[in-house]
Design a protein around this ligand. Sequence first.
Ligand SMILES: O=C(O)c1cc(=O)[nH]c(=O)n1[C@@H]1O[C@H](COP(=O)(O)O)[C@@H](O)[C@H]1O
Length: 305
Amino acid sequence: MSDTPTPQAAHVTGEPQAPAAFGARLRQAMDTRGPLCVGIDPHASLLADWGLGDDVAGLERFSRTVVEALADRVAVLKPQSAFFERFGSRGVAVLERTVAEARAAGALVLMDAKRGDIGSTMAAYAAAYLDPASPLFSDALTVSPYLGFGSLDPAVELARVSGCGLFVLALTSNPEGAEVQHAVRADGRSVAATVLGHLAERNAAERAAWQGQSRPLGSFGAVVGATLGDALAAAGGSLAIDGPLLAPGIGAQGATPADLPAVFGDAVGNVVPSVSRGVLRHGPDAAALRAAAAKIADDVRVAVK
Ligand SMILES: O=C(O)c1cc(=O)[nH]c(=O)n1[C@@H]1O[C@H](COP(=O)(O)O)[C@@H](O)[C@H]1O
């Protein structure tokens, strides 16, 4: 995607050209491919349904089938690390190949590992996923802000340098999330609203580095479940973070594309709807996987236009 603009600072200083920012690459992918993210979640039950063994060979066939079917057409593929980690180092090796093959085929890869730790350890997690020299290097990473948003700053910084993105859990799709995310702080703001506020600040700082060039979308996104109904109103906070909004929960968790306008309102244009089982259950036939993704993409287009 060589025609994607890069922050001007790289040009004016004469330094080696910085990688294109994730937000710009994501916006271009959303514009050309549509905004859908498909999750690669090799559940044991799906391996069985696909006639595969619950083993490393089954994991590899499953992942490769999804990549071959979809990486040339969806904006984002999101491997869920847990399903690979459960096979130990050989599962992680499959994850490495999955990421590399998906990126080579043109998809942006969002590693769903939901990392979060004290800053010094967070720096190591960031290096694992956001350093171009890492075997697990991905375009973006899901992270948890519940050790305090500032603990994520090493990841924010490495993402900025590497042209990567982060998706920070704000209002998750599961019903249990509300007890933490809706909690109200001493200043009257909910925890979720505070997370969204931090994201708006990080995207504003990134925008400042573009020095007046038009920047399509920030690189620091929020995870906001498509299942939320009117929970956002209850939690308060603004989705106007100038960054992408990953919306899991469509399909197996009960949300539909038609729910997106009500949940996201004016921010719906920045939504990346995310579906895993709702597409994967149509495998292993590649044409059926493509048709399932295309149907959801069509439903999203109709819902958000
Ligand atoms: O970060 C995520 O992707 C995520 C956040 C969230 O709030 N809810 C959520 O379901 N997810 C992930 O999205 C995927 C949902 O899978 P399906 O329910 O099969 O579509 C899983 O990999 C979850 O781990």
